[in-house]
Design a protein around this ligand. Sequence first.
Ligand code: GLA
Length: 719
Amino acid sequence: MIKPFLSILAACALLSPLGAAAQGKPVIKVETQGVQLVMKVGDNGRLYHSYLGPRLTHEGDLQHLPQGIEAYLTHGMEDYFEPALHVEHSDHNNTCELKYVSHDVTQLPDGATLTTINLADEVYPTRVKLLFTAYAQHDIIIESTEITNGEKQPVVLHKFASSLLNLDRSRYFLTEYSGDWASEVAMSETELNFGKKVLDTKLGSRHSMFLPSFFQLSLDALSTETQGEVLVGTLAWTGNFRFTFEVDQNGALRVLSGINPYFSQYTLKAGETFKTPDFIFTLSDSGRGKAARNFHSWARNYRLKDGNATRMTLLNNWEATYFDFNEERLVGLMDDAVKLGVDMFLLDDGWFGNKYPRSSDHQGLGDWQETASKLPHKLGYLCQKAREKGIKFGVWIEPEMVNPKSVLYETHPDWVIHLPNRKEYYFRNQLVLDLSNPKVQDHVFGVVDRLLTHYPEIAFFKWDCNSPVTNIWSEHLKEQPTHLYVDYVRGLYNVLERVKAKYPHVPMMLCSGGGGRIDYEALRYFTEFWPSDNTDPVERLYIQWGFSSVYPVKAQCAHVTTWNRTADIKFRVDVASMGKLGFDIKCADLKPDEEAFCRSAVENYNRMKPVILDGDQYRLVSPYDGRHASTMFVAPDKQRAVVFVFDVNPRYHEHLLPVKLQGLDPDRQYRVKETNVRGDRYAFDGRTYSGQYLMMVGLPLFSTRRGLTSHVIELEKLS
Ligand code: GLA
């Protein structure tokens, strides 16, 4: 949580609730360079959302804003729509009326501005703090809530949203990204009318298998990449989430975001405070592209683990071997890593378990000792081999999980989330360990700690999570069964916090059978994530596009594999080069010319990497437009840019327009140079254009000649 405070910019004296009304109704602004949220205290002393939109620059206008809808709606009062808070007091009265008490604004050490608004019930000692952290330059606002039980007895929270946003616009279009394993983040759009649309998950650990925890909301009209007002929001919580979009009888939209209250009633002891996760949002008045870039630059600077550091290219053995390997095969693959010129070899699943060797996904999970028959010289030998070959060594773990066929399960059945009196059912033949239990937290931390203590040369972890929470029952929480979903996540954060404290800069990939678990709280601890097990490059165009709505490509692992061999190696490599490049292939799967191409593409990638991973991303043509796609990256100083172009499925005689580039300096000349060349080059390769020409007229990037073709061009500013 945020640790304030450097200086108090403004502080309102603690007022009694009635005093607030009497002393001239405070107007509270939470603002960034381009976005403003204005809240007002009503005559009744309650807090209302008066405005959320592009920043109003004339201070005097704020007095004219209408009062609006209550800022943190409570159950049991006169507003009939979905509440943010539902508290059952110790006398079983379920109502709460929150009044403004005070607010203050402070500057945080990282430059953000924190606005804290204190609300309280006059009848019961329930206190609520609304916290808004504004990142001015990135137009990012984070809202979270703290709910304190001031009673002498426990109270029960039935609903406890992080945020309620109120909007009063003519129309609302919601974009969601639902999907499934290997078909993550498929984009679809719906107009919202009266009533509720709920986006939620009850999967627990693998929370976003069917739906990532983010959405886009176009206001008044449909938006495009460059036009329209769009609000993009995401919940930073590695567990069940719920977004409720409710249009009321007046056409106003209320957006409730938070932990999914499903089977999560939370008892707060006397004096205890419940802290909700962060709801992070931005608002763009010039389309979705800007909203995405707001998130990308904010994340690199403030949220993503080692967000400003570089990333390693790698060779992963999963698709090359699955569970079938021994030392010799692995060392052979390390040679492939050297041939390809990547930075690291990543050993995947299948290296552990002796009583139950992990020869398939049916057994061994939980027993983190090297399988003697496969790795007689243990991981130390592989570390040594990697060192000799001049590459780094990384390893796969899935420490939160257990196969029933494992020594861990046999020894500690009480550490497992499962039902004591029913037959177990499995997701991928495994069960989830009960991270609400501190002993289990110690065990999970110990998996990482022991590996790094024995083998300090381990330079990377791929941390997997292949099962949702199933068979929901915790021996540890048998008195409070509805705390499990929440306390599981808190337990996970305890473990990750300990790992980060002891090993602050070991890079880690967040994986969950593909993209089943990605959010901005987890990304405090992970340098990158695995978006999908689907590495078909055509599918990846869509999946990487979807995730880039809120996550920077620096965090998105993209590997070249043998999926979709109808696509040339160039197409596969070019798609993967739009993210954090890796390979999951053996050189034996490549012809000599393909291998040579990969090697030179890695060299090119290393040159372009600072622009791709740290530049501004402009999504020029969406794969959802049907036949072609293009994305470009521009270095922050606009000296260099890289453009990726894909002809996926062109039509005969299709009318193709030049593609207008974005983000360049209009008054400078750029030399255009094609890279990753394999076959035809563009006719304009080597020419020089002004940034203005490239952005106003554009370049004929697309072709109708053949499907599954691609180009990469680098732009360099002259003088
Ligand atoms: C998950 C991951 C894969 C691989 C396997 C190993 O499915 O997404 O990349 O690591 O587990 O079992």
